[in-house]
Design a protein around this ligand. Structure first.
Ligand SMILES: CC(C)(COP(=O)(O)OP(=O)(O)OC[C@H]1O[C@@H](n2cnc3c(N)ncnc32)[C@H](O)[C@@H]1OP(=O)(O)O)[C@@H](O)C(=O)NCCC(=O)NCCS
Length: 152
Protein backbone atom coordinates (compact mmCIF):
# COMPACT_ATOMS: atom_id res chain seq x y z
CA UNK A 1 0.00 0.00 0.00
CA UNK A 2 1.28 3.47 -0.83
CA UNK A 3 0.34 6.48 1.30
CA UNK A 4 -1.88 7.74 -1.48
CA UNK A 5 -3.98 4.58 -1.57
CA UNK A 6 -5.05 4.70 2.09
CA UNK A 7 -8.57 6.05 2.38
CA UNK A 8 -9.18 8.56 5.16
CA UNK A 9 -12.63 8.94 6.68
CA UNK A 10 -14.31 10.05 9.90
CA UNK A 11 -14.34 7.38 12.61
CA UNK A 12 -17.71 5.92 13.62
CA UNK A 13 -18.99 4.19 16.74
CA UNK A 14 -18.64 0.79 15.04
CA UNK A 15 -14.88 1.36 14.64
CA UNK A 16 -14.09 0.77 18.31
CA UNK A 17 -13.03 -2.88 17.91
CA UNK A 18 -10.80 -2.06 14.95
CA UNK A 19 -9.25 0.86 16.84
CA UNK A 20 -8.52 -1.43 19.80
CA UNK A 21 -7.01 -4.05 17.47
CA UNK A 22 -4.81 -1.43 15.83
CA UNK A 23 -3.71 -0.17 19.21
CA UNK A 24 -2.96 -3.67 20.50
CA UNK A 25 -0.49 -4.24 17.67
CA UNK A 26 0.97 -0.77 17.55
CA UNK A 27 3.92 -0.86 19.89
CA UNK A 28 4.53 1.08 23.08
CA UNK A 29 2.41 3.66 24.91
CA UNK A 30 -0.89 2.21 23.87
CA UNK A 31 -4.21 3.85 24.50
CA UNK A 32 -6.70 1.80 26.48
CA UNK A 33 -10.15 0.65 25.35
CA UNK A 34 -11.59 3.35 27.61
CA UNK A 35 -9.47 6.11 26.10
CA UNK A 36 -10.46 5.07 22.59
CA UNK A 37 -14.16 4.79 23.47
CA UNK A 38 -13.99 8.21 25.10
CA UNK A 39 -12.28 9.68 22.04
CA UNK A 40 -14.93 8.26 19.73
CA UNK A 41 -17.67 9.71 21.89
CA UNK A 42 -16.20 13.12 22.64
CA UNK A 43 -13.59 14.08 20.07
CA UNK A 44 -13.09 14.22 16.35
CA UNK A 45 -11.35 11.12 14.97
CA UNK A 46 -10.17 10.30 11.48
CA UNK A 47 -9.09 6.82 10.46
CA UNK A 48 -6.92 5.58 7.58
CA UNK A 49 -8.13 2.42 5.85
CA UNK A 50 -6.27 0.00 3.58
CA UNK A 51 -9.29 -1.75 2.14
CA UNK A 52 -11.13 -3.10 5.18
CA UNK A 53 -8.07 -2.87 7.43
CA UNK A 54 -7.66 0.11 9.73
CA UNK A 55 -4.04 1.24 9.54
CA UNK A 56 -4.04 4.52 11.44
CA UNK A 57 -6.05 7.13 13.25
CA UNK A 58 -5.84 10.63 14.61
CA UNK A 59 -7.82 12.31 17.40
CA UNK A 60 -8.20 16.04 17.93
CA UNK A 61 -10.51 18.57 19.49
CA UNK A 62 -11.40 22.23 19.29
CA UNK A 63 -10.87 24.36 22.39
CA UNK A 64 -12.65 27.65 21.65
CA UNK A 65 -10.67 29.13 18.74
CA UNK A 66 -7.70 26.84 19.35
CA UNK A 67 -7.30 23.11 18.90
CA UNK A 68 -5.48 20.21 20.48
CA UNK A 69 -4.07 17.22 18.70
CA UNK A 70 -4.50 14.30 21.10
CA UNK A 71 -2.93 11.42 19.19
CA UNK A 72 -1.83 10.01 15.87
CA UNK A 73 -1.05 6.35 15.53
CA UNK A 74 -0.12 4.20 12.54
CA UNK A 75 -0.01 0.39 12.58
CA UNK A 76 3.56 -0.87 12.89
CA UNK A 77 3.50 -2.65 9.53
CA UNK A 78 2.36 0.54 7.77
CA UNK A 79 4.83 3.00 9.22
CA UNK A 80 7.11 5.17 7.12
CA UNK A 81 4.79 5.08 4.14
CA UNK A 82 3.33 8.54 4.57
CA UNK A 83 0.14 7.50 6.39
CA UNK A 84 0.95 9.60 9.47
CA UNK A 85 1.73 12.62 7.29
CA UNK A 86 -1.61 12.23 5.50
CA UNK A 87 -3.53 11.90 8.76
CA UNK A 88 -1.82 14.99 10.15
CA UNK A 89 -2.50 16.94 6.95
CA UNK A 90 -6.19 15.98 7.07
CA UNK A 91 -6.39 17.00 10.72
CA UNK A 92 -4.72 20.35 9.98
CA UNK A 93 -7.10 20.92 7.07
CA UNK A 94 -10.13 20.35 9.32
CA UNK A 95 -8.65 22.71 11.87
CA UNK A 96 -7.89 25.40 9.33
CA UNK A 97 -9.67 28.12 11.29
CA UNK A 98 -7.88 27.40 14.55
CA UNK A 99 -5.69 30.26 15.84
CA UNK A 100 -3.14 27.76 17.10
CA UNK A 101 -2.75 24.03 17.67
CA UNK A 102 -1.26 22.36 20.72
CA UNK A 103 0.05 18.89 21.42
CA UNK A 104 2.36 17.09 23.79
CA UNK A 105 4.78 14.34 22.95
CA UNK A 106 7.38 12.22 24.70
CA UNK A 107 10.81 13.85 24.47
CA UNK A 108 12.24 10.58 23.09
CA UNK A 109 9.64 10.23 20.31
CA UNK A 110 11.86 11.07 17.34
CA UNK A 111 9.36 9.89 14.74
CA UNK A 112 6.53 12.08 16.04
CA UNK A 113 8.83 15.07 16.61
CA UNK A 114 10.04 14.84 13.00
CA UNK A 115 6.49 14.48 11.69
CA UNK A 116 5.18 17.45 13.66
CA UNK A 117 8.29 19.51 12.97
CA UNK A 118 7.88 19.24 9.22
CA UNK A 119 4.37 20.69 9.59
CA UNK A 120 5.65 23.69 11.51
CA UNK A 121 5.06 22.69 15.14
CA UNK A 122 7.71 24.14 17.44
CA UNK A 123 8.58 23.30 21.07
CA UNK A 124 7.19 25.88 23.49
CA UNK A 125 7.51 24.14 26.84
CA UNK A 126 8.36 21.05 28.78
CA UNK A 127 6.62 19.03 31.50
CA UNK A 128 9.35 17.34 33.48
CA UNK A 129 8.75 13.67 34.27
CA UNK A 130 5.24 13.75 32.83
CA UNK A 131 5.18 10.28 31.24
CA UNK A 132 5.84 7.02 33.10
CA UNK A 133 8.43 4.71 31.55
CA UNK A 134 8.02 0.94 31.33
CA UNK A 135 11.35 0.71 33.17
CA UNK A 136 9.87 2.51 36.15
CA UNK A 137 11.34 5.98 35.57
CA UNK A 138 9.69 9.05 34.13
CA UNK A 139 10.11 10.92 30.88
CA UNK A 140 9.59 14.57 29.97
CA UNK A 141 6.75 15.74 27.75
CA UNK A 142 7.52 18.39 25.16
CA UNK A 143 4.73 20.86 24.48
CA UNK A 144 4.53 21.80 20.81
CA UNK A 145 2.53 24.55 19.18
CA UNK A 146 1.64 25.54 15.65
CA UNK A 147 0.57 29.17 15.28
CA UNK A 148 -1.65 30.11 12.42
CA UNK A 149 -1.62 33.55 10.80
CA UNK A 150 -4.72 35.54 11.68
CA UNK A 151 -7.21 35.56 8.82
CA UNK A 152 -8.05 39.00 7.44
C1 LIG B 1 4.60 9.07 14.62
C2 LIG B 1 3.86 8.17 13.62
C3 LIG B 1 2.38 8.50 13.68
C4 LIG B 1 4.40 8.47 12.21
O1 LIG B 1 3.60 7.74 11.29
P1 LIG B 1 4.17 7.26 9.88
O2 LIG B 1 3.03 6.91 9.02
O3 LIG B 1 5.21 6.22 10.09
O4 LIG B 1 4.89 8.59 9.36
P2 LIG B 1 5.15 9.01 7.84
O5 LIG B 1 5.54 7.82 7.05
O6 LIG B 1 3.99 9.79 7.36
O7 LIG B 1 6.42 9.94 8.00
C5 LIG B 1 6.37 11.36 7.78
C6 LIG B 1 7.69 11.94 8.25
O8 LIG B 1 7.81 11.83 9.67
C7 LIG B 1 9.18 11.55 10.01
N1 LIG B 1 9.30 10.21 10.56
C8 LIG B 1 8.36 9.24 10.61
N2 LIG B 1 8.84 8.15 11.23
C9 LIG B 1 10.11 8.44 11.60
C10 LIG B 1 11.10 7.73 12.28
N3 LIG B 1 10.90 6.46 12.73
N4 LIG B 1 12.28 8.34 12.51
C11 LIG B 1 12.52 9.59 12.08
N5 LIG B 1 11.60 10.34 11.40
C12 LIG B 1 10.41 9.76 11.17
C13 LIG B 1 9.95 11.65 8.71
O9 LIG B 1 10.32 13.01 8.52
C14 LIG B 1 8.91 11.22 7.71
O10 LIG B 1 9.17 11.67 6.40
P3 LIG B 1 10.06 10.75 5.41
O11 LIG B 1 9.59 9.33 5.53
O12 LIG B 1 9.80 11.36 4.07
O13 LIG B 1 11.48 10.90 5.89
C15 LIG B 1 4.14 6.65 13.92
O14 LIG B 1 5.54 6.46 14.08
C16 LIG B 1 3.43 6.13 15.14
O15 LIG B 1 2.28 5.66 15.06
N6 LIG B 1 4.10 6.17 16.32
C17 LIG B 1 3.50 5.65 17.56
C18 LIG B 1 2.42 6.56 18.08
C19 LIG B 1 2.96 7.92 18.40
O16 LIG B 1 4.04 8.05 18.98
N7 LIG B 1 2.17 8.95 18.05
C20 LIG B 1 2.48 10.33 18.36
C21 LIG B 1 1.85 10.69 19.68
S1 LIG B 1 2.13 12.40 20.08
Amino acid sequence: MSAGSAVLRAARAGDLDALCALEAGAGKSRWSHGQLADSLARHRMLVAMDGTRMVGYTVFQWILDEAELLNIRVALAYRRRGVGRRLLAACLAELEGARCLHLEVRASNRAALALYGESGFVPVGIRRGYYPLATGGREDALLLRLDRPAST
